[in-house]
Design a protein around this ligand. Structure first.
Ligand code: GDP
Ligand code: IMO
Ligand code: MG
Length: 425
């Protein structure tokens, strides 16, 4: 067996949570492989709405096993909040969720450092989610981190060492916070997590594969936020691309099967950093309003713009996408015309390969204009009902991107999902 991977092709918030939930019935296991509570994955069904941050989006269907893999960074306090809310909604989380002992722990001081680093950067700030993601991955890579599996061995002493180092770093930035309360809640939350099945997830996942179980890996963030290939330094601190599923779960590259690449029919970004197709006008505001483009966790306004096919092709290449999933096309239902960026103009020449820099002023998007479909698509359940202009739009994207679009989402609810002929899992 192989694992299938679902990941975002833009700057995050493409709708990963919704589609993982929709696809979960086809799988036995759903696993997160990177990121942490910087993610906010929204699911809607039966009139209810959930936002998941650290917990995989496969918990609401038929009792599938969910795994938080070693590549994830976990904040015990936020995890506990999220888990207790789900448990009180009747989700038997302790039975269905397994957590890798190798996940790195987000300490209270990691969050404080994240905020202090941002303050120190001033106008050049990344616009992080403030969840301590960067400092935690920094400690992991510099071999100073604490893992969940370390909580049984001289933990107090090791924790105190890391905390003291962080306090010295904060002091160097002129900050001297009192962390007593934060620390107490954090330690209580660690005890709470010990009630879960803490596992060697690489053995577990490979064992599942040997048993013939079907596994879906759930990405967080998006390809353009990848630490290596995103718009550095305005990125997150993990590999969000498909290769991250290998390192974040211990799955060998030849065990990757389908790669579902998910994108919005337009484009959004939250936080700082370049965004060539961003719209600063009425159209951008219209997309934000119609698409309710506000952060699922932070509530921040998302910047909105036209779809960028240069960037999407890059993302498809990096991930080896086999099937595309298009989200939120319903947001454009009322538009007379829709634009798609098909190339960048750089120093007067048209370029279709994603360049080293997409900084403002370095690239100018080249658009084609397509007719809108002017049809309310939110109640459509079969591709045969698509208006002609929408079918043409899909065909245009498939031609440009050289990859089939096998799922189309026309609303936030689980039911508002159209699986097209050709979908494979
Ligand atoms: P994720 O981080 O990739 O899981 O995406 P988010 O949950 O952060 O953002 C996606 C938002 O769009 C959520 O509010 C979803 O409920 C909503 N959504 C998902 N698919 C659709 C869709 O097809 N149409 C509309 N209108 N909203 C959608
Ligand atoms: P999901 O999984 C959108 C962005 C932040 C910031 C940058 C770095 O819901 O798609 P970080 O806190 O990771 O150090 O912030 O990355 N960012 C996201 N943007 N969706 C996300 O997750 C994001 N996670 C991080 O806004 O620009
Ligand atoms: Mg999100």
């Amino acid at each position: 067996m192989k694992v299938d991977v679902l990941l975002g092709l833009q700057w995050g918030d493409e709708g990963k949570g919704k589609v993982v939930d929709v696809l979960t019935p086809h799988y036995d296991v759903v696993a997160r492989f990177q990121g942490g509570p910087n993610a906010g994955h929204t699911l809607e069904f039966e009139g209810k709405k959930y936002v998941l941050r650290s917990i995989p989006s496969g918990i609401f269907q038929h009792g599938q096993t969910n795994v938080i893999g070693n590549g994830v960074v976990l904040d015990p306090v936020l995890f506990r909040e999220e888990a207790e809310a789900l448990e009180s909604n009747g989700i038997p989380l302790k039975k269905i969720l397994k957590i890798s002992k190798k996940v790195h722990l987000i300490l209270p001081t990691h969050r404080l450092l994240d905020a202090a680093n941002e303050r120190a950067k001033g106008g050049a700030k990344i616009g992080t989610t403030g969840k301590g993601i960067g400092p935690t991955y920094t400690d992991k890579i510099s071999r100073n981190g604490l893992r969940l599996g370390d909580t049984s061995l001289n933990f107090e002493e090791r924790y105190a060492q890391v905390r003291d180092r962080h306090m010295a770093m904060l002091a160097a930035l002129g900050e001297h916070p009192d962390i007593t309360d934060l620390e107490n809640r954090w330690k209580e939350a660690i005890e709470y997590i010990k009630g879960y099945d803490l596992v060697d997830s690489e053995h577990l996942i490979n064992g599942y594969l040997r048993e013939g179980k079907r596994i879906l890996c759930e990405g967080a963030q998006g390809t353009l936020l990848d630490i290596d290939f995103g718009s550095y330094p305005f990125v997150t601190s993990s590999n969000t691309i498909c290769a991250g599923a290998c390192t974040g779960l211990g799955v060998a590259p030849n065990k990757i099967g389908e790669v579902y690449g998910i994108f919005k029919a337009y484009c959004t970004r939250v936080g700082s950093g370049p965004f060539p197709t961003e719209l600063h006008d009425e159209t951008g505001r219209r997309i934000r309003d119609l698409g309710h483009e506000y952060g699922a966790v932070t509530g921040r306004e998302r910047r909105c713009g036209w779809i960028d096919l240069v960037a999407l092709k890059y993302s498809i290449m990096l991930n080896g996408v086999t099937q595309l999933i298009m989200m939120k096309s319903d947001v454009l239902d009322d538009f007379d015309e829709i634009k798609a960026c098909v190339a960048y103009k750089i120093d007067g020449a048209e370029v279709s390969e994603f360049p080293y820099s997409i900084d403002e002023g370095a690239v100018e998007p080249v658009y084609v204009t397509l007719p809108g479909w002017k049809t309310n698509m939110t109640g459509i359940s079969d591709e045969k009902e698509f208006p002609e202009a929408f079918t043409d739009y899909i065909a245009f994207l498939e031609r440009e991107l050289e990859t089939p679009i096998t799922i189309v989402s026309v609303g936030p609810d689980r039911a508002q999902t159209i699986v097209r002929n050709g979908f494979r899992h």
